[in-house]
Design a protein around this ligand. Structure first.
Ligand code: PEP
Ligand code: MG
Length: 565
């Protein structure tokens, strides 16, 4: 029997067969020629057959995929038999006796480069081309197709980590749980798992060695993966499978005593905002503006930006929206803002700091936000990421004043901002705590590093104390200035239903999260009064480890077990 341990990111108890994410397809050797005995004609025919098989397979998967996945798969399937692509590959076979797998690789790479040069919508097809390139090579060479495997029954997916492109097609009816050897609880895969409500364990060393088809038990609350499920574990999984269904969010976050805790969504563009509105989010607590421009080499024009922001505002007429200015750098570089190579990009020129090295972009972004807000009746608040001094907060406020944006805020992501929260809130109206970065900077642990996942955990007592200090600073600033200074949490911590109770108990006013997590957070918040939340927060604060802090909170929240959370 082998037991693997990792960090649970979305609770659940399931038993199922493990399927490993296949290795990425490698580039066939340059100069690879036709095999002996194979004619150019038959090789060209094989390319055609392989492309058609890939197309058929993608279409078949599209049938069973979720709504978003269906669109992705259908568009990729069209690319598989693109005439220009196949013609290019066949020509290479015929004119240079190139092996078919090498020919399709080269033709697709050329095709992708052309699309990239065209920019705009065409450039967005590059990912599709790379995907079909790998699939056709796999088909031609008898390798397992890349991407999420297909199985005749629901399975547990094991991987080193998942790429964003893989996650688009992940269907929770096929994949019942996720286990990864790398990644951290605040990294991409974890965010996705929470959004889908999928039991997941990250940073579980060794899980990529589990044989395909092995039946395992996973308890993603405890972070345990067991390759020989016991009778008790079978029962626990059975109980989980028959849990009470999660009630849908009714559009109003509140505690059992009616105390209101608005629940907002974290979004990146108009599409995700519409989805969040469909799930009845009460507004947007974090618009990650950089997400809309991650593929851009150059700064988008004020008009383009204004259009993008407007599409988000339009999804929430009359509601609360917090726009965060571009947070470029570290794991989210934008070529037009992050111009220098850095040894330590997480400690480098990122977030608000890019205004020092590439001045002008921020001012133009503020103009775009103003332009979009003028045409909207949403209540627009604007904040800056990665603030570490009070004077940065003041500079930012002055910049907003200049363009006429009225409600100013900053993110609390550095310990420096925490200890200065009172002074910072003397300058601006609100703060939003980015627990992902605040955890990484408090614990001095890179948020992307699986090896440090245990430190990179917002349940760490030091992080909880940082949140408490921020709230206390805000309370003092509210008294001094005679006006309420709001504290929100928009990091992944807000999406953890047990931690959400602790945050509210610590005095956080509003929570913002991946829209998919709102229903679970709301259901658990509804099970406690404000006084109970405060008591739980006090007990949790007294613990000396993240595991004990979490266990103490869970002990006082029986609803978690009832709902299988
Ligand atoms: C955070 O750091 O918690 C946050 C919300 O910002 P991001 O995850 O975009 O860095
Ligand atoms: Mg951050």
């Amino acid at each position: 029997m082998t037991v693997y341990n990792g960090v649970g990111v979305y609770a659940g108890r399931v038993i199922g067969e493990v399927l490993q994410m296949p290795e990425p397809i490698k580039e066939p050797k340059p100069g690879l020629k036709l095999a002996e005995g194979e004619t150019a004609e038959s090789a060209a025919e094989r390319i055609q057959f392989a492309a058609e098989a890939v197309k058929a397979n993608l279409l078949e998967r599209a049938e069973n995929a979720s709504r978003d996945g269906k669109a992705v798969l259908k568009s990729t399937s069209q690319m598989a038999t693109d005439r220009a692509l196949l013609k290019g590959a066949k020509k290479l076979v015929e004119s240079q006796n190139m092996a078919p797998e090498r020919a399709i690789w080269e033709a697709a790479s050329d095709f992708a480069a052309q699309m990239e040069a065209l920019g705009g919508y065409m450039a967005e097809r590059v990912t599709d081309i790379h995907d079909v390139r790998a699939r056709i090579v796999a088909e031609l060479t008898g390798q397992q197709a890349p991407g999420i495997p297909v199985h005749d029954k629901p399975f547990i997916l094991a991987a080193v980590d998942l790429a964003p492109a893989d996650t688009a097609t992940l269907n929770p009816e096929e994949v019942i749980a996720l286990i990864t050897s790398d990644g951290g609880p605040q990294a991409h895969t974890a965010i996705l798992a929470r959004g889908l409500g999928l039991p997941a364990i990250v940073a579980a060393k060794g899980v990529t060695e589990i044989e395909n088809g092995t039946r395992v038990y996973i308890d993603s609350n405890e972070g345990i993966i067991d390759t020989e499920p016991s009778v008790e574990q079978e029962e626990a999984a059975h109980k989980y499978a028959n849990r009470q269904p999660l009630p849908e969010f009714d559009g109003k976050g509140m505690l059992a005593d009616g105390f209101e805790v608005p629940l907002y969504a974290n979004v990146g563009d108009g599409k995700s905002a519409e989805k969040a509105a469909g799930l009845k989010a009460e507004g947007v607590g974090l618009l990650r503006t950089e997400f809309g421009f991650l593929g851009n080499d150059t700064e988008p024009s004020v008009e383009t930006q204004a259009e993008t922001y407007k599409s988000v505002f339009d999804a929430f007429p009359g509601q609360h929206i917090v726009v965060r200015t571009l947070d470029a750098g570290a794991d989210k570089p934008l070529p037009f803002l992050n111009v220098k190579e850095e040894e330590n990009p997480a400690l480098g020129v990122r977030g608000f700091r890019t205004d020092w090295t590439v001045p002008g972009v921020l001012a133009r972004q503020l103009q775009a936000i103003k332009q979009a807000s003028d045409g909207s009746d949403a209540d627009i608040w604007v904040m800056a990421p990665m603030i570490s001094t009070t004077s940065e907060a003041r500079t930012f406020k002055n910049m907003l004043d200049e363009v006429g944006l009225k409600t100013h805020g900053v993110m609390v992501e550095t310990p420096a901002a925490v200890v200065n929260s009172e002074a910072i809130l003397g300058e601006v109206d609100f703060v939003s705590i980015g627990t992902n970065d605040l955890t990484q900077y408090t614990m001095a642990a890179d948020r992307l590093l699986g090896d440090l996942a245990h430190l990179n955990n917002p349940w760490q007592p030091a992080v909880l104390k940082m949140i408490k200090l921020t709230v206390e600073g805000a309370q003092r600033a509210s008294e001094t200035h005679g006006t309420k200074k709001y504290v929100s949490v928009c990091g992944e911590a807000a999406a953890d239903p047990a931690l959400a109770v602790v945050l509210v108990g610590l005095g956080v006013d509003t929570l913002s999260m991946n829209a998919g997590a709102i229903a679970a957070v709301s259901a658990v918040l509804k099970s406690v009064t404000r006084e109970q939340a405060q008591e739980i927060a006090q007990l949790v604060l007294a613990e000396i480890s993240s595991a004990e802090a979490k266990a103490t909170a869970r002990k006082h929240l029986p609803i978690l077990d009832e709902l299988g959370l």
